[in-house]
Design a protein around this ligand. Sequence first.
Ligand SMILES: Cc1ncc(COP(=O)(O)O)c(C=O)c1O
Length: 426
Amino acid sequence: MQKDRLVFDLLQKELKRQREGIELIASENFTSLAVMQAMGSVATNKYAEGYPGKRYYGGCEVIDELETLAIDRLKEIFRCSWANVQPHSGAQANTAVFLACLKPGDKILGLDLSMGGHLTHGSPANFSGKTYQAFFYGVDRETGLVDYAQLEATARQEKPKMIICGASAYSRDWDYARIRAVADEIGALVLADIAHPAGLIAAGLLNDPFDHCHLVTSTTHKTLRGPRGGIIAMRNDFENPFGLKDPKGNIRMMSSLLDLAVFPGMQGGPLEHVIAAKAVAFGEILSDDFKAYGQQVISNAQAMARAFVDRGYQLISGGTENHLMLIDLRNKGITGKKAQESLDRAHITLNKNSVPFDDKSPFVTSGIRVGVPAVTTRGLKEADMLTIVELIDTVLKNADDQTVIDTVKASVMNLMRAYPLYPELS
Ligand SMILES: Cc1ncc(COP(=O)(O)O)c(C=O)c1O
């Protein structure tokens, strides 16, 4: 590595940045060294188009074992009958599900992007919104909770073929049973995109989407604490209810339509080094330590949410049940953009975020999204959350005062020195 001085130096700088700062981006985490080592392994050298036992290349016998191990561990985590670990990312996992289940022009119903949903759930800027006819539900203006009545009314009126639940900026659990009930009424499939809370679901700390949803997708790099990537899983296999067939015109079970949608439908060779790292992360999730991690994430998020509320911050829905919170800063006289930029200068990293019914553009926003998976991995506990909120509050009240920001930065670096990150790396 040190042979390429330019790249090595940049990676050292990034390691320093990660070590010294407080990482509050809700979709980020720190993997174990073992996960990173698997990613930097010889598996990156291998082409393995196809699936275990059915590859288009020779020499795949070891890779087959590796991918099968990742699949088996994932199935064990979520008690599933089928899983695909090849999607390169969460977006690809969702795309493969759409390809397997829907025809272009079919209707889909998802949570509006501006209310906390994700681009791939039908946004006009995304493949999903360009290919399918997308309808949206939102959250209630008063409670900040998903407006299930609106979801049901739109479902009954538009009769989408797929209802998508899951979000990027929603701090509450989901009523999957209620969504399944209306889906059954209109003959729709339910996709749960659990990219954000997957780790908490794996730890048994939130409602289980597999009990009610036909299909589940996730990223592997957020609360699952694995490498950057995606997965698709199903508890029970079933026949595509809309009569979609494989390229040869045969009726197939959903599991094989999904496999075909990932490869050759949408991707080429799987990233087997990432799949090796997924297997390592899934092994870690199956250990007892992971449940304790999940519990600490929720406990830290709740301690942080209370501390923000005590300081007069307006949390959408008033609090959190998962790993993140969405804060409306309009009563604090600062935009999400300015908050993010000033906090960055103090080495506190988070992202500006639209809040429901926002009057500002997505480039400015009225809010911030704050998440605790990464700081919890570093070992921070409830008392530290109070310190972090105090530091954030100081920055937001003094966003134009570089001296105050420098003092906060020194406190941030001091706090994080007590929680070493990757001490094995120089
Ligand atoms: C709910 C949800 N789905 C899908 C994705 C897409 O994942 P990726 O960035 O890996 O494509 C994200 C990423 O933030 C997400 O929050």
